[in-house]
Design a protein around this ligand. Structure first.
Ligand code: S3P
Length: 434
């Protein structure tokens, strides 16, 4: 089990690229598998979560070739689609730590006429699955969460006679929306999903790019069955959720400058830029909108940050950035309020309590609520020992906090960082060494 030993940073100015987007990497492998031909995926994220998706699709009979690897694993793949016909796996499929794998895959398996078991690690086995079991059951699939409280292991028996539904999601979740749309591709009629706040739209964009039409009408997105996905090559931009760690480090350092190139700039994911700008960072963005996903360069000039309020429909846009934004709040002047963020309690860890406890042990006054917290920023941060709780985003958020603290910060159990950002430790070392 590895730890991060972090000390105050010497220099923050940098120019870097981050690894491929996790959400888009998962979708690229799943949707390429649904096409009738071969799709080359470039910029794939070689993380444990995304490799769980590759393993899952292979277990269902999809041929996936690795065309190129970097130090951490495959970055260019060739997926030979099966046109949506898969074979029954011989063993339970292990989704590891990845909620995206388990949930989106359930949408695909709901359309297959055989039984599959999906298993995950301890953290994934505690995460709510009722949110996908309910709509997929309404469509005609048979699902059972065999853990306590409808949790994994999941047993799924799909059907090739699914019926379309018109469904209001109880939580604003891109994973749930995507699961229903994937099942809707093969359900009779028009499947409609309503969301209470906009969530990331990578699935809709990628489907449209592969010539499967989805329609957006206000809070609803719909899909009609019977549309074949066309094989096309897919490009995965850098992950803005990984970039966010360095963005906060620079934003909170007056005089520092950061340029991040080839990063995803989909407006359902760029809330972190709006919030850091609101807090006082100066940010310029150059977007290339010509591909399936907008991507480009972000330049950030650090400053003296001020507190802000984060809540409402902004939350789904920054759902993965709240831990590092809480660190930004600790470094900002004044009281930051984070509200409407109860979903963070059911991520890879209970992120609200992990963040509140970690910040408190570094000397930051924090008041935690059921759905958020108030952070009194501006006090000196003190080095402390922080348990990542096996959660990649907690590990990385507190590594960044340690760069601003006096003394040494020890973040324990950080192997989990490989679920989303292989190579983070290398960048961290560079920042500390100046
Ligand atoms: C994701 C959606 C979000 C996010 C997760 C990835 C996705 O989850 O937290 O890391 O790829 O669709 P929810 O949709 O459950 O909020």
């Amino acid at each position: 089990m590895q730890n991060f030993k972090v000390k105050r940073a010497k220099a923050f100015s940098a120019e870097l690229e981050v690894p491929g987007d996790k959400s888009i990497s998962h979708r690229s492998v799943m949707l390429a598998s649904l096409t009738n031909g071969s799709c080359e995926i470039t910029g794939f994220l070689p993380s444990e979560d995304c490799l769980a998706t590759v393993g899952a699709m292979r277990a269902l009979g999809v041929k996936i070739e690795v065309l190129e690897e970097n130090d951490y694993g495959p970055v260019r793949l060739l997926v030979h689609g099966t046109g949506g016909q898969f074979s029954k796996p011989e063993q339970p499929i292990d989704c590891g730590n990845s909620g995206t794998t388990m949930r989106l895959l359930s949408g695909i398996l709901a359309t297959q006429d055989f039984e599959t078991q999906l298993i995950g690690d301890d953290s994934l086995s505690k995460r709510p699955m009722g949110r996908i079991i309910d709509p997929l059951t309404l469509m005609g699939a048979t699902l059972q969460g065999t853990g306590e409280k409808q949790t994994a292991p999941l047993s799924i028996t799909g059907s090739n006679e699914l019926q379309a539904i018109d469904y209001q999601m109880p939580v604003a979740s891109a994973q749930v929306k995507s699961t229903i749309l994937l099942a809707g591709m093969s359900a009779q009629g028009e499947t409609v999903v309503h969301e209470s706040a906009p969530t990331r739209d990578h699935t809709e964009r990628m489907l449209n790019y592969l010539k499967v039409e989805t329609l957006r009408d206000g809070d609803a997105v719909s899909i009609c069955s019977g549309q074949a996905a066309e094989a096309r090559n897919l490009l995965v931009p850098g992950d803005i959720s990984s970039a966010a760690f360095w963005m906060v480090a620079v934003a909170a350092t007056p005089g520092a400058v950061l340029r991040i190139k080839n990063v995803g700039l989909n407006s359902t994911r760029t809330g972190v830029l709006n919030i850091l700008e609101r807090m006082g960072a100066s940010i310029t963005v150059v977007v290339d909108d010509s591909g399936a996903e907008p991507c480009g360069t972000v330049e950030i000039h650090g400053g003296n940050l001020n507190a802000t309020e984060i809540g409402g429909s902004e939350i789904p846009n920054v759902i993965d950035e709240i831990p590092i934004l809480a660190v930004a709040a600790a470094l900002a002047k004044g009281r930051t309020v984070i509200k409407d963020a109860g979903e963070l309690r059911v991520k890879e860890s209970d992120r609200l309590s992990a963040v509140a406890d970690g910040l408190r042990s570094m000397g930051v006054p924090v008041q935690e609520f059921e759905e958020g917290m108030e952070i009194e920023g501006g006090a000196a941060l003190h080095g402390a020992e922080i348990d990542s709780q096996g959660d990649h985003r907690i590990a990385m958020a507190f590594a960044i906090a340690g760069l601003f603290a006096d003394g040494e910060t020890l973040v324990t159990d950080v192997d989990c960082v490989n679920t989303s950002y292989p190579g983070f430790d290398k960048e961290l070392r560079q920042v500390m060494e100046g």
